[in-house]
Design a protein around this ligand. Structure first.
Ligand code: RIB
Length: 303
């Protein structure tokens, strides 16, 4: 079983501040670093770190060589990443003293994907494969439709959440992985006291994985609801914590491991991720995640 991740690739410009800049204000940052990022690329790197077979599809510009190099270096197959004349996507990220972030994006080549390019990638995959999607490339609705027509398993992380998501063929999704803000966005602005229950009622055939930040994660799968607490850690930078969870959780599930163990490994991997700055450099290796779990007295799936 292969995982095709059709997603964004960004150059992340990360600025550290004691607090976020306010409207109309000019302040100096305390540090600046540049990393490979993009929710798509981060999730591919996390999948590969967790030992999954992952193909990344998407688009970069002439400045995207470093992004391709990062994919290769981390064991992600990048043959389906096209190169365009439009600059690569980039992200401007502020990180405050609590490790929280605030991001704006220039989509660049991530928004220059044509339908015929999607079709020519998908013809290499079949119903036994998984397609993973976020919401940082254009043509996401088309990819969902085409992948569903092939009978592929579709995993959707609607991040960042936009109103357009509501017009996607969401009934084709097999698994949603989303945080509380994204889940609220999925309800079209209607407040709910139990977002998980509402989403599960709306998409009864889909698995719903709701990440709760410091509180952990809860999943509704068939008639089962499983909750796993987060590991208490001091956050330095939360960038890519969600992406790391998605990659590790999905890799474990694709290896046939139990849902509880996939959730625990995903939570452990994100706990390690928030302890380091940057997107890709903060995504841990599987051996480190296993050592962390042992340290916290959590049984590994093979033990
Ligand atoms: O999820 C973190 C990512 O969001 C960053 O790497 C940035 O590129 C944005 O896509």
């Amino acid at each position: 079983m292969a995982i095709l991740n059709f997603g964004s690739l960004n150059i992340d410009h990360v600025y550290s501040f004691t607090r976020f800049v306010r409207p109309g204000e000019t302040i100096s940052c305390t540090d600046y670093q540049r990393f490979a990022g993009g929710k798509g690329l981060n999730q591919s790197v996390a999948l590969a770190a967790a030992d999954a077979t992952v193909f990344h599809a998407g688009k970069v510009g002439p400045d995207g060589e470093q992004l391709l190099a990062v994919l290769k270096e981390h064991g992600v197959d990048s043959r389906f990443v096209a190169v365009d004349t439009i600059p690569s996507g980039h992200a401007i990220i502020q990180v405050d003293a609590e490790g929280e972030n605030s991001i704006f994006l220039y989509p660049g080549a991530n928004h220059a994907i044509h339908h015929d390019e999607v079709s020519s990638v998908l013809k290499h995959f079949d119903k036994d494969d998984i397609v993973l999607l976020q919401n940082e490339v254009n043509a996401t609705d088309y990819i969902i439709r085409e992948a569903a027509a092939k009978g592929m398993t579709i995993v959707f992380n609607p991040a960042p959440m936009t109103p357009e998501v509501l017009s996607y063929p969401l009934e084709c999704i097999d698994c949603f992985i989303l945080n509380e803000t994204e889940a609220q966005g999925m309800s079209g602005g209607i407040h709910s006291d139990n977002i998980l229950e509402d989403l599960h009622a709306r998409f009864p055939h889909a698995t719903i994985v709701l990440t709760l930040g410091k509180r952990g994660v809860v999943i509704a799968e068939g008639s089962e609801v499983i909750e796993v607490p987060a590991f208490p850690v001091q956050a330095v930078d939360t960038t890519a914590a969600g992406d790391t969870f998605v990659g590790y959780f999905l890799a474990e599930k694709s290896h046939g491991r139990s849902t509880t163990s996939a959730l625990q490994i995903g939570c452990a991997a994100s706990a390690l991720c928030v302890g380091k700055t940057g997107a890709v450099p903060s995504i841990p290796q599987r051996a480190d995640v296993e050592a962390f779990l042992r340290l916290h007295g959590t049984m590994l799936p093979c033990e």
